[in-house]
Design a protein around this ligand. Structure first.
Ligand code: NAD
Ligand code: WQD
Length: 343
């Protein structure tokens, strides 16, 4: 199978490309490297034991996109996994047009060029953020999706709608909307992992940077939620499990065409304080933290009903919280500055 992976140099994309390469798929990455580096692609090749065909292209660049499809016309793409997008919630509140333009216009460009070249199998990276404040737990795919709390979340929901409408009009298309819960962890080798720009917003990279001494102390945002220990509860999922979810999803394309939505989560909720404790045990160091006020826009609890992915994709998460912490720590320890400035 020849798979085009947009955003394949990024955190989830790089882990997915390793899994694809190691099962002998042909992999082409398209990425503008706005939030990633060539070094990640070199390491993907090292871990996957194969070569990646890389194009430094922006999905907003229509001609650049067409060139990628044109250059691969003799070995056309069987499927596209579309990770490329901006993902910083806070930045999306400050720069909404940048997010709507990059994520939505970019996706429309991609889909139009796919149609032009007759490539009609698409996996899209959606997010549990589309559920907003969930009405009930665990969150199944049937839960309502109309109350996003930030422009980033809206881009995901709007793209889901656009792709659903497009597939309805073109029933020969296969569209899979995968809603990820909270990806953490890193490849077991410690060679690839999450490399956020600046001070991390997300919990795991913040904790790893406290552990390595780059940051002083974690602020735990709220200890008065209606949860077992008062801190927020999330469905943390190992990024390698998530990558394997995409591999399983690709098989779906051999079945009947349609537009499917599927959660990718573990089904288990752990609190922020559970994470701090487990990480501390995994790295053998105290994680300094203080209780701080709730963060605006946060919800108390969020975890998946993972049943549909098990039934329909034959996939379920394998790694536990301790694995996630150990692997994130190995990546951080071996790469204290992330990928650095090798490019
Ligand atoms: P990431 O930032 O590490 O990867 C995204 C990649 O897309 C980067 O390599 C970036 O350079 C590239 N990119 C961005 N805009 C582009 C453009 N216009 N043209 C070409 N390339 C572009 O993010 P990630 O964590 O790997 O997330 C991958 C996808 O999954 C994103 O769409 C994200 O919204 C979604 N997602 C992420 C999470 C999460 O917590 N990490 C959760 C749910 C969904
Ligand atoms: C997790 C928990 C925080 C940092 C975000 C996006 C979502 C998706 C995944 C892309 C919360 C607490 C955090 C810190 C803390 N991304 N926390 N101190 O907010 O669940 O989801 O990433 O689609 O769209 O919103 O993840 O890692 O930021 O927070 O106490 O320094 O950790 O309050 O309870 P979140 P997160």
């Amino acid at each position: 199978m020849h798979v085009l992976v947009t955003g394949g140099a990024g955190y989830i994309g790089s882990h997915t490309c390793v899994e694809l390469l190691s099962r002998s798929d042909r992999v082409t990455i398209l990425d503008n490297l706005s939030n990633s580096s060539l070094e990640a692609i070199r390491r993907v090749e090292e871990l996957g034991g194969g070569r990646v065909n890389f194009h430094k292209v922006d999905i907003l660049d229509r001609t650049g996109l067409e060139d990628v499809f044109e250059q691969n016309i003799d070995t056309p793409f069987d499927a596209v996994i579309h990770f490329a997008g901006k993902k910083a919630v806070g930045e999306s509140v400050e720069k909404p047009l940048l997010y709507y333009h990059n994520n939505i216009t970019g996706t429309i460009n991609l889909v139009e060029v796919m149609e032009q070249y007759g490539v009609r199998n698409l996996i899209f990276s959606s997010s549990a953020t589309v559920y907003g404040e969930p009405a009930s737990l665990p969150i199944s795919e049937e839960c309502s999706t109309s109350a996003c709390t930030n422009p980033y979340g809206w881009t995901k929901l709007m793209i889901e709608q656009i792709l659903t409408d497009m597939q309805f009009a073109r029933p020969e298309w296969n569209v899979l909307l995968l809603r990820y819960f909270n990806p953490v962890g890193a490849h077991k080798s410690g060679r690839i992992g999450e490399d956020p720009n600046g001070i991390p917003n997300n919990l795991m990279p913040y904790i790893t940077q406290v552990a390595i001494g780059r940051l002083k102390q974690l602020s735990v945002f709220g200890d008065d939620y209606d949860t077992p220990d008062g801190s927020g509860v999330r469905d943390f999922i190992h990024v390698v499990d998530l990558a394997l979810g995409h591999v399983a999803a690709l098989k779906k394309f051999t079945d009947n065409p349609g537009c499917y939505v599927c959660n990718l989560g573990t089904g288990k909720g752990y609190s922020v304080l559970d994470m701090v404790k487990t990480f501390s045990e995994a790295c053998g160091r105290e994680i300094s933290y203080k209780i701080a006020p709730r963060r605006a826009g946060d919800i108390a609890s969020c975890y998946a009903d993972p049943g549909k992915a098990a039934r329909e994709l034959g996939w379920q998460a394998q790694y536990n919280l301790r694995d996630m912490c150990e692997d994130s720590w190995r990546w951080q320890q071996q790469n204290p500055e992330g990928y650095g400035k090798q490019d």
